[in-house]
Design a protein around this ligand. Structure first.
Ligand SMILES: [Fe+2]
Ligand SMILES: [Fe+2]
Length: 271
């Protein structure tokens, strides 16, 4: 069994400090096997914002895997944005923009979908090299190992949001995700928490792939829902998604969904 605390959109520089402390307390209590952060660690890609994000990472009670988001690239300093967009991210967070970790139960690959170019700045993009990287990372790994891809920008729209806010070239990556047996996609960016199946939107995918989006864990950039994160338990053949939401004085489970794998499908067996 493995447990993942899936956080996203921390936005250091625009955070609620009380929520940050409560989140660290909650993680300390639940002790996940791994913390995954799907981008937007900071609000404005300034050094002081990244220093605060880095201090947060040092306090996490588990190993972590992080990918950048669009806010981790300078927005207004155009020289920095186009010449060295990840300079501060690499200096304060990690030099590895496409991290990969694996043990005998789980393999997780992060893909950097944040782009400097104006057309893709908000929505991000995945490119051919990154799709090849997904295939190379997973194709030889047996189905018994649970495979996860982490991006900042989403492959699946949350309920009630149209597909225009999806990752650029998402459809191009779907055959690779399907053929190399990816089980779960983790993302953020829209500040909306939910879990689902990619086949709900992309009917061309025949094998189901689970999707979980995390809302903003710590920021005040709320979009009609409280700060929250996902606590995911992977205990084959089951996967349990728990949304841990801020209640005003602590994080607690607001929603729980259990999926069970049946051949090529993930079926909901309980809430
Ligand atoms: Fe964000
Ligand atoms: Fe974002």
């Amino acid at each position: 069994m493995r447990t993942i605390a899936h956080l996203s959109d921390l936005h250091f520089g625009k955070i609620n400090l009380e929520v940050v402390e409560a989140l660290l307390f909650d993680l300390d209590l639940l002790r996940p096997s791994l913390v995954v952060i799907s981008g937007d660690l900071v609000q404005r890609a300034r050094r002081c914002h990244f220093r605060a994000a880095s201090a947060f990472l040092e306090r996490l009670p588990a190993p972590w895997l992080v990918v950048p988001g669009n806010h981790d690239i300078p927005a207004y300093n155009l020289i920095a944005r186009f010449i060295a967009p990840f300079h501060n991210y690499k200096h304060y967070i990690t030099k590895d923009l496409n991290p990969f970790i694996m043990d005998d139960e789980i393999a997780i690959l992060g893909i950097n979908t944040a782009r400097s170019f104006i057309l893709n700045f908000a929505h991000g993009r995945i490119n051919h090299n990154q799709i090849s990287r997904i295939e190379a990372a997973f194709h030889a790994i047996p189905p018994s190992i649970f495979k996860v891809v982490v991006t900042h920008h989403p492959f699946l729209p949350p309920p009630g949001i149209n597909g225009k806010s999806l990752l650029g070239r998402a459809r191009l990556a779907l055959p690779a995700l399907e053929s190399c047996g990816v089980d779960l996609l983790l993302a953020g960016h829209l500040h909306r928490g939910f879990s689902g199946d990619i086949a709900e939107h992309h009917q061309q995918v025949e094998r189901s792939i689970l999707v979980a989006h995390a809302a903003t864990a710590t920021s005040t950039r709320l979009r009609n829902e409280p700060n929250s994160y996902n606590f995911i338990t992977i205990a084959s053949p089951h996967v349990i998604f728990e949304e841990r939401a801020w209640t005003g004085n602590k994080f607690s489970t607001s929603e729980r969904t259990t999926y069970s794998r049946s051949h090529h499908r993930w079926l909901i067996i309980g809430d």
